[in-house]
Design a protein around this ligand. Structure first.
Ligand code: UDX
Length: 430
């Protein structure tokens, strides 16, 4: 059992804090946002994440998970301090480090003993050294500390599972003992632990996300070629995936990638490369293909209806992927804007993201079910592959629509079945 402090109770911080508490540690979660901390003390979570609420409430009740706004209380007892604050995208695509810097200053000023400071936020290569310098400059006493980089690989919607069953833990440090102290925290999870230097650990995170985004842009490009040549991209991906060198994951063609990580990290890596004299052609193409994929879907709707002017479009799914209410860089934002720009009237349904979506969208009406959205629609557009859209009563849907057009941005329906049911069905790469 260790005393842990997690600075920043955003997505990563809250999952990290709750999971380490569940593994038997005493965890103090620190955030400067008092409202958020008060809500968490009452068991009210700022995000929707399967399994997290139960974990937070249970560990909070067992006094293993404590929420505070007080740096002194949080840092004083801690052996290991995780920095898990946001690193938003700056104007040029660079990661903005102001919250990381503020956390490092707060830690330095409240340290009462030697600590290991672990960076979990996705930070530009070299930020480990930056955090060490900020702490060194702001220390009020002569205390020892070491900085470790420990990138997170959590997926939204399965973050608790991903934390508890990781494929690997990556630790970067100059101080081997500090890295081993952090490795010890993960030892109950029985997974491979790679200990390397700080910059390499930081790069592993960017390279992993950029590679996954590249796979998706690759299959999306293949899907466009499939459309022209009469092949089925789903079968192509299946056939490719059986090759163990390739694998099945992250080969689903669709309306493209979004979320809080891929767009920000691919852009930041491209920016770092360009600023350091590299010419990141592939990363640029990966982002360009992703943008084009959103426009391509709108083009399909336009072609099916002739024009979007005054057409009623039902949208199924708004979050950037299923099992989350996260709307950050969700393809739906751009797709809805593009369709509205051409004069379409949008009615949308999402099982959990509607209230969050409303902050990103204007002029959208919301339905209480997919059927309500289908009523009177000229076309139904699927943007998120929520399970509950997969088994709809399609006969009922068709009878409610003004025109039986379905544009499936996530390939969740079978073309032959949809055509048999009388739909004008368009999907991605099939
Ligand atoms: C991702 C990484 O997976 C995770 O390791 C990292 O820590 C944070 O970023 P997340 O953003 O939660 O996680 O979503 P993920 O499940 O990876 O999906 C990202 C995007 O890619 C989504 O928009 C999803 O719809 C899209 N996607 C994914 C595809 O379009 N096709 C696929 O085959 C897989």
């Amino acid at each position: 059992m260790k005393n842990i402090c997690v600075v920043g109770v955003g997505y990563v911080g809250l999952v990290t804090g709750a999971c380490f508490a569940d593994l038997g540690n005493k965890v103090l979660c620190l955030d400067t946002n008092k409202e958020k901390v008060d809500a968490l003390r009452k068991g009210l979570l700022p995000i929707f994440e399967p399994g997290l609420e139960e974990l937070v409430v249970r560990n909070h009740q067992a006094s293993r998970l404590i929420f505070t706004t007080d740096y002194g209380e949080a840092i004083g007892q801690a052996d290991v301090i995780f920095i898990a604050v946001g690193t938003p995208c700056g104007q040029e695509g660079e990661a903005d480090l102001q919250h990381v810097e503020a956390a490092a200053v707060g830690i330095a000023r409240s340290m009462a003993k030697s600590v290991v400071v672990v960076n979990k936020s996705t930070v530009p290569i070299g930020s480990g050294d930056f955090v060490a310098n900020v702490i060194r400059k702001n220390l009020t006493r002569d205390l020892g500390f070491a900085v470790v980089s420990n990138p997170e690989f959590l997926r939204e919607g399965s973050a608790v599972y991903d934390f508890m069953s990781p494929d690997r833990v990556v630790l970067g440090a100059t101080d081997r003992v500090a890295a081993e102290t952090v490795a010890e925290l993960y030892s109950p999870l029985k997974c491979p632990v790679l200990i390397t230097d700080l910059r390499t650990a930081e790069m592993i995170k960017y390279a992993s996300n950029a590679f996954l985004a590249t796979r998706i842009s690759f299959i999306n490009e293949i899907s466009r070629i499939c459309e022209r040549l009469g092949a089925d991209v789903k079968q192509v991906a299946l056939g490719m995936g059986y090759d163990r060198r390739i694998g099945h994951a992250f080969l689903e063609a669709g309306v493209g990638w979004g979320g809080s990580c891929f767009p920000k990290d691919v852009k930041a890596l491209e920016h770092m490369a360009a600023m350091n004299g590299c010419h990141p052609q592939l990363l640029r193409a990966v982002m360009e293909i992703n943008k084009a994929q959103r426009r391509h879907l709108v083009q399909k709707v336009r072609e099916a209806l002739g024009t979007l002017q005054e057409k009623k479009i039902g949208v199924l799914g708004l979050s950037f992927k299923p099992n989350t209410d996260d709307m950050r860089d969700a393809p739906s934002i751009e797709v809805v804007h593009l369709m509205q720009h051409e004069g379409a009237v949008i009615k949308a349904f999402d099982p959990v993201a509607q209230s969050v979506a409303d902050r990103h969208l204007t002029g959208v009406e919301y339905g209480k079910s997919p059927y309500e959205v289908a009523r009177g629609a000229d076309a139904l557009v699927v943007l998120t592959e929520w399970n509950e859209f997969k088994q709809l009563d399609m006969g009922r849907i068709k009878s409610m629509m003004r025109r039986p057009v379905v544009v499936d941005g996530r390939n969740i329906y079978e073309p032959a079945v949809m055509q048999q049911q009388g739909f004008d069905y368009l999907s991605m790469g099939r």
